[in-house]
Design a protein around this ligand. Sequence first.
Ligand SMILES: [Zn+2]
Length: 117
Amino acid sequence: MAKKSRIKIDWLCNDGRSNPAPGTVKIAKCGVCGKQMNVKRNVLGATSWVESVGHGKHRHDRFTCPNINEDWHKRIYRLKTDVYQEEINNCDPIGLEKMRQAAEKEILELLEVHAVR
Ligand SMILES: [Zn+2]
């Protein structure tokens, strides 16, 4: 059997940002590195590109991972979205599994180095 890592990868989680309705979420963890995210409560602003272009605003809590601008953090998110894209488009399950394993290996290595918990 394959060795189980102590870090579980959540493939479909937030990218280090989350904007729930005010007061609905107490603490949020980063979907990339697992750190507890910083929060600003009751922010008035846009939460999406579409909203910002349309000058829309609404109140929300703004969670942000303290590591969001780190290169390794962006790399992990990139790896995850690549696998996700492949999952949607791919008709070759073996290729997908190989890609997922390679991505998982790199993600775990990055986490071991940068986000030791
Ligand atoms: Zn993070």
